[in-house]
Design a protein around this ligand. Structure first.
Ligand SMILES: Cc1cc2nc3c(=O)[nH]c(=O)nc-3n(C[C@H](O)[C@H](O)[C@H](O)COP(=O)(O)OP(=O)(O)OC[C@H]3O[C@@H](n4cnc5c(N)ncnc54)[C@H](O)[C@@H]3O)c2cc1C
Length: 406
């Protein structure tokens, strides 16, 4: 990827976000397939720019990755290389820009990333320098300050802790609903359950979108269908190579405040929302064993039984309790298995299908962080004809090389 100057990148993002509506006349009719955080943010930006928008989802809003997401909003060191890091920085800036306008539920306060491993601790020191070069305020934190930043957390087993003050976390279900409600308030239609089943074309141009509720006349289709790996081939005539990456999260009942920031700790990550609910994420995948392999083959979006869900939650809470002793006897409201929308090389796919110019692909991981900037930038491409320069690294026709990053 080419190296982008951060200031130039953020200027371009801000210019795109503030640009006047790019829609052509007559009003373009756009169907957004997928009502996760990406489809919701894109729909709101489109409606705001004057398009006639219909959002559909075969299950309902925020029912897949956007429901089970850990929902950390960040541009930390693992977001490599520079161009991808800069896109994430623009995502964080986008949340800060939109939060007052839409009343998005974000808790800011930064993140603390700890390492007990000597090699990783050494790497963190190098990465802090890189983060600062790239415009972040990231720094190493000493024990005395940790006691102030997180008085209820025991960091004594860790060698190194890094503080990234810019980060936050959201409630991804609530945030998705806020974007959708704001889109509807601007005239967008939302239909659920409504499955995208096909695309009607005349001379290669989209004229309607076929759905389980009938045809919807349309000029453009946005595929914000997340981890649905066959959507590219079926609707964009373009294969989008993705890899399978399940992840588990657990949400507790509301609790008195114990955690003030996002904590990324060995084996577990957690944060506590403003409503008191603690969100836990597992760092490792499922424990080895044939039962897991068999279960995952069916791409489940829920655990098959409450008991199995609770086993996963208990594993996460035991890891968390070793750092936060106050986390005893947790009650869980929701324990989820979800599939990350993960293009094969780990980077977002953003752009019109090379085979169908009216079908726009918007599939990515770190989609919670990226939703505001993706909405702001893609609307320029979906409604206007100009290609947004900063998205050129993320096109669907790039050479995908398998990687396990991001
Ligand atoms: C465990 C986990 C932890 C994560 N942690 C973070 C994090 O900390 N920070 C971060 O930034 N990102 C994180 N992510 C990634 C982030 O959650 C996703 O990138 C983001 O939610 C993707 O949103 P989406 O709208 O693209 O996909 P989804 O939320 O999956 O939505 C896609 C929607 O498309 C619908 N759909 C699919 N096919 C059709 C069809 N044919 N017709 C109609 N509808 C259809 C589905 O029903 C679904 O609702 C995490 C993901 C997981 C799974």
């Amino acid at each position: 990827m080419t190296v982008l100057d951060r200031r130039r990148f953020l200027e371009l993002c801000a210019a795109a976000a503030l640009a006047p509506a790019a829609h052509a006349s007559p009003r373009l009719r756009v169907v957004v397939a997928g009502a996760g955080i990406i489809g919701a943010a894109v729909a709101w930006h489109l409606a705001k720019a004057g398009a006639a928008v219909t959002v559909i989802d075969r299950d309902g809003p925020a029912t897949h990755a956007s429901r089970g997401s850990f929902a950390w909003i960040n541009a930390t060191w693992s977001k490599q290389p520079r161009a991808y890091h800069a896109l994430n920085q623009a995502g964080v800036a986008g949340w800060k820009r939109l939060q007052p306008e839409l009343r998005l539920p974000v808790r800011w306060g930064g993140s603390l990333e700890g390492s007990a491993d000597a090699a990783l601790a050494a790497e963190l020191i190098e990465r802090v320098a890189e983060q600062r070069d790239w415009g972040e305020t990231t720094r190493l934190v000493e024990p005395a300050e940790l006691a102030t930043l997180e008085p209820d957390v025991d960091f004594s087993a860790l060698r190194q802790v890094v503080y990234s003050a810019n980060d936050g976390a959201t409630d991804p279900v609530a945030a998705t609903r806020v974007f959708l409600a704001a889109a509807v308030a601007l005239g967008a239609r939302a239909e659920y359950p409504c499955e995208l089943t096909g695309v009607a074309l005349t001379a290669g141009r989209v004229t309607a979108v076929r759905t389980s509720r009938g045809d919807i006349p349309a000029d453009r289709l946005v595929l914000a269908t997340g981890a649905a790996a066959d959507a590219g081939r079926r609707f964009a005539d373009w294969d989008l190579p993705q890899r399978d990456e399940p992840g588990a999260t657990a949400v507790t009942t509301p609790m008195p405040r114990l955690i003030r920031r996002v904590l990324w700790l060995p084996g577990v990550h957690l944060h506590q929302r403003d409503d008191g609910r603690i969100v836990l994420g597992a760092e490792a995948g499922p424990p080895p064993g044939e039962a897991h392999v068999l279960r995952l083959q069916a791409y489940p979006n829920v655990f098959p039984e409450r008991e199995i869900a609770l086993q996963h939650a208990t594993r996460m809470s035991a890891a968390a309790q070793s750092f936060v002793p106050g986390l005893a006897a947790l009650e869980f409201e929701d324990v989820r298995i979800c599939w990350r929308p993960m293009p094969l090389d780990g980077y977002p796919v953003l752009g019109a299908s090379p085979a169908r110019p009216d079908v726009y692909l918007a599939v990515m991981h770190s989609g919670v962080t990226l939703a505001p900037v993706v909405g702001a930038l893609t609307v320029q491409e979906i409604l206007g004809d100009a290609a947004v320069e900063v998205l050129k690294e993320f096109r669907p026709d790039r050479d995908f090389k398998a990687s396990s990053g991001h």
